[in-house]
Ligand binder design. Structure first.
Ligand code: MD3
Ligand code: FE
Length: 199
């Protein structure tokens, strides 16, 4: 890694522009089969981030629950995780398992993600690997409990982040993106991929 922040490993610039373009092409095919949607929060207000997934499981939410599901809200199975994305897991995760979910988050305009823990998975011993594409995003990392001091880092297109060990359950979020900072995505915006072992 090029940087470590509270146990989170950051590989800055791991993916070159051709790698990023190939992944974006693969994501387009996933989105064509499993369209992006705005998950509903318990408050009844949709999240500002749009999402879809690839892999055996995808992440879905409605007013009553957040959970992993084997089907998209439309009822179809999620597309498989492309090799271009699985290869990154192989390079940086240090895990013997294969990711069962690749969550795809799209941030447009003022989209953000509040501070939260990722704890819907059964196996916290397995890391989460994140890939940033397109506009820069201001990532904030906190602590194992809500509140306290936080640290921030701008994630750029091609950066890969590994959350393993003690860092797996820290609170984190995305405060904002720098709209127009990247030409990678048609229509602009930021895409974040997170690969997870779910079961
Ligand atoms: C630290 N996504 O999908 S990725 C998420 O950029 C999520 O879209 C953000 O948080 C995004 O759940 C941040 C970096 C990340 C992902 C998972 C983590 C950091 C993490 C899990 C534990 C600790
Ligand atoms: Fe998260």
């Amino acid at each position: 890694p090029t940087l470590a922040l509270r146990g989170v490993q950051v590989w800055q610039g791991l993916l070159d522009r051709p790698d990023q373009e190939a992944i974006v092409r693969d994501i387009r095919a996933i989105v064509a089969a499993a369209p992006l949607f705005s998950p509903m929060t318990p408050y009844g207000k949709p999240m500002s981030v749009q999402m879809t997934s690839a892999g055996r499981f995808g992440w879905v939410s409605d007013r009553s629950s957040y959970r992993y599901s084997e089907t998209h809200p439309s009822g179809v199975a999620w597309p498989p995780i492309p090799k271009s994305i699985l290869d990154i897991w192989g390079k940086v995760s240090g895990s013997d398992r294969v990711p069962e979910c690749c969550l795809i988050n799209l941030y447009r305009d003022t989209a953000k993600m509040g501070m939260h823990q990722d704890r819907d998975e059964a196996e916290f011993a397995e890391p989460v690997v994140s890939v940033s594409l397109g506009d820069e995003g201001l990532f904030r990392i906190g602590n194992l409990t809500r509140g306290g001091k936080t640290e921030s880092l701008w994630l750029k297109s091609g950066d890969v982040v590994v959350m393993g060990g003690d860092a797996r359950l820290v609170y984190h979020g995305i405060d904002k993106t720098r709209v127009g900072s990247s030409s990678l995505l048609n229509g602009g915006g930021r895409i974040n991929l997170t690969m997870r072992v779910v079961t």
